[in-house]
Write a protein that binds this ligand. Structure first.
Ligand code: PAF
Length: 276
């Protein structure tokens, strides 16, 4: 596996790939790789001749310096993970290399002021800003994102449709542990007790979902969601609500929706979304 840190070196490999007419799959990440990323890599390897993974903890998408500084980083393990998953090329640029003193921040205009965008102001601006850099440099045929960050996926879908029409976005279902929680880099920061509490919360949520009739309107399901969540022992909660799969509105039947939640365990923010 190749590990490349600078754009000029990367470009020579990309030119060689393109000259050979290889299709390229790109998996952007912020490192602390886990089985969820493994699924994205697996899918890309299946679809393309070459798979490129980037590792870049993008400061522009963090709401606080503290959150950025404490984001899990485990370089050595990530290298091993990528190599074990047969990644062809790992691109690990510095912030200087990616931004090159360009302070421009792109503004996301889709799915605004709801879910994570409401509670993490500017977060998605940072996400599309960095992806814009990566997409321009890498020019892959396909790019892979997980459904766990569903709002991010929808926002990127719109962004790609507008600016990178020939790039194909591939979404990959959320990979879950045996207990049902989604793999996430932030899970690493949970203490044993916090993890147990989170698993038990998640299992209650799954049972709550099973108790709902598929014919309910999203509006009715949201009243039930409110009743359910006040009964739970949650330290802090950003949202717990059903929204339509397509437009993230409150319109439609619960069968065409997902239940979205963002809760805190201590300082650790955990998000997920579940289909009924
Ligand atoms: O989902 C992530 O890990 C990040 O938001 C992404 C897409 C790699 C952009 O930094």
């Amino acid at each position: 596996m190749l590990i490349i840190k600078d754009i000029s070196n990367l470009k020579s490999y990309l030119t060689a790939y393109q000259n050979r007419k290889y299709s390229i799959g790109f998996v952007p990440t912020m490192g602390a790789l886990h089985k969820g990323h493994g699924e994205l890599i697996k899918k890309s390897k299946n679809d393309n001749h070459k798979t490129i993974v980037s590792i870049f903890v993008n400061e522009k998408q963090f709401n606080s310096k503290e959150d950025f500084n404490s984001y899990p980083r485990n370089k050595g393990l990530d290298y091993e993970f990528c190599s074990n998953n047969d990644v062809d090329l790992l691109f690990e640029p510095s912030a200087e290399e990616i931004y090159n003193n360009d302070g421009t921040i792109l503004k996301n205009v889709n799915f605004k002021n709801i879910l994570c965008d409401k509670f993490r102001k500017g977060h998605f601006d940072g996400v599309i800003t960095v992806l814009d850099k990566f997409f321009t440099i890498i020019k892959s045929n396909k790019v892979y994102f997980g459904e766990k960050d569903y709002q991010q996926l929808k926002i990127i879908e719109k962004f790609i449709l507008k600016k990178y029409k020939s790039l194909q976005l591939v979404s990959v279902p959320t990979k879950r542990s045996e207990e049902g929680i989604a793999y996430s880099s932030r899970n690493e920061k949970l203490s044993k007790k916090q993890l147990q509490d989170f698993v038990s919360f998640h299992q209650k949520v799954e049972n709550f979902l099973k108790s709902l009739e598929k014919t309910f309107d999203i509006e009715i399901a949201n009243q039930k969601a409110k009743d359910f969540i006040v009964e739970q022992d949650i330290e802090e909660l950003d949202y717990f609500e059903f929204r339509n799969n397509d437009d993230l509105s409150f319109n439609g039947k619960v069968s065409e929706s997902r239940l979205f939640y963002a809760i805190y365990k201590g300082k650790i923010r955990l998000i997920d979304n579940l289909k009924i």
